[in-house]
Design a protein around this ligand. Sequence first.
Ligand code: HEM
Length: 502
Amino acid sequence: MFRFKPILHPHDPKELPYWIPWLGHLVRFTKNSFSLLQEGRRYFGNTGEPFALTIAGQSLYVVTSAKDIEELYRNKSTLSWEGFVQDLYRWIGFSDNAVKKLWQPPTEHAKTSNPVRVLSPNEMVAEYQRRQLRPGKNLESLAKSMIKHIDDLLRWQNLDVGQTRVLPCSDQWLTLSLIDWTSHTFIRSTTEAYWGKKLFEIDPDLLQTYNIWERTSWKYVFQIPRLFSQDMYNARDKLVDAFTAYFRLPQAERAETAWFVPIAEAEMRDIGLGERDLGRAHMLQHWAINGNMHKVTFWIMAHLLHRPALLEAIRKETAPGVVDDTPNIPYLLENCPRLEAIYHEVLRLQMSNSLMRHVTAPTTLGGKVLQENRNVLMPYRLLHYDEEVWGANASIFDPDRFLLRKELARDPNYRPFGGGQHMCPGRFVAKQAIFAFIALTFSRFDVCLQSDEKAGGSREHSHNCGFNRHFPRAEDLKPGLATLGPREGDEVLVRCSPRIKV
Ligand code: HEM
């Protein structure tokens, strides 16, 4: 068993022992990363000290205490988000030269042509995204557009449009796969609000390809050898192709975009990058934007569908937030404490394991020295499931947890949106869009779990009897970067009909 490093380097984070050189923890990490991380923390006495894993020849540090994570956010000099983003850029095909151009400080010429340009081109793009998403007129117009698309897709006549699978229906009701429904609604709405309709004209299968990418993107983040990752590479390349074709069109043909898209495009064209690199960068932006909302909504809906009394309470609470069939967002945000508590509880339970930073110079953290050129994992899921913080029922959904203790939403052990300078800028629009989906759904439709009998024998999934009987399990076996989806095969089928208002 490999465990001799600490003797040679006593201040290095200790390595969790493993059996096979080079492979290290790869197999366990890809089979059940959460249990491996839990075991790591237990192995080192639950002290929260940083430890190390070896994944396919690469050493990876794991930081498990809220205090060290806070410290990690504060340290901008030797722990870098940029290093991790540069890796993401290189892995998607940016040349070293392109990466260099993206990270170089603005030239005097660049500053003269655009006085707001005070950062490197890549940081400017990130800054534009923050300006798009922070409260103000850019956010208002994006949120308005997203919610308008959600509103359209949640009309009875549109409910089954774009659903990839045909499930039982009649004039009065239809059956939807909950994850297909939420992913179609959110990804379509957000993609159109940012890039307009053109992307779907270029690639009508964009949504399906994106879903494959999402299921396999952990292989990209952890650089799993191509032999085991062809599905991920195929999806990645198809998405990059679609965005590249999009940027090859004259701007006049893709005029209906969010403020961010053309300004970010100009920044990259200005340093001589072409459509392929634009395609790569926007494919990654699209992923950051779309990785969470549909899954958060899936879990909220799944919990409510499995608890009809709670569903009715949320229907009642959100009802005054829909006026003339239109969501009143300020009302929903201010006056729905039960929904808000469920939103936080879902974010707590379904946050995945990992977010990364890159060590650029030896760094002392939690009494250990992190060596340069390694990545650091911040497994928020471990914080979110810590029984010392959340109590003995930490792993159980408790709709009242955040209702009774509102201060938990500000606890340093609760990190659904990360923290520090790179804290998710999309958190404001995400909450608006998710609350709009819930309020509109319950105001327009009667929804319940489809029972096996109602599904009939002709259903595509009839071999999988037993759907909906158990609550779906989260896909926490694979390492991920964002909110977890349901495990493949853990289907939630929803029976939906127009609401008869009494
Ligand atoms: C409930 C939904 C969401 C969750 C849980 C979530 C979570 C996160 C997390 C954990 C990070 C990383 C922060 C870090 O490393 O410290 C992040 C980053 C980011 N998110 Fe979100 N996100 C959500 C929705 C959105 C939406 C709707 C958008 C855009 C419309 C968005 C755009 C971004 C961007 C651009 C970044 C990178 C920030 C940077 O580079 O500084 N997110 N998000």
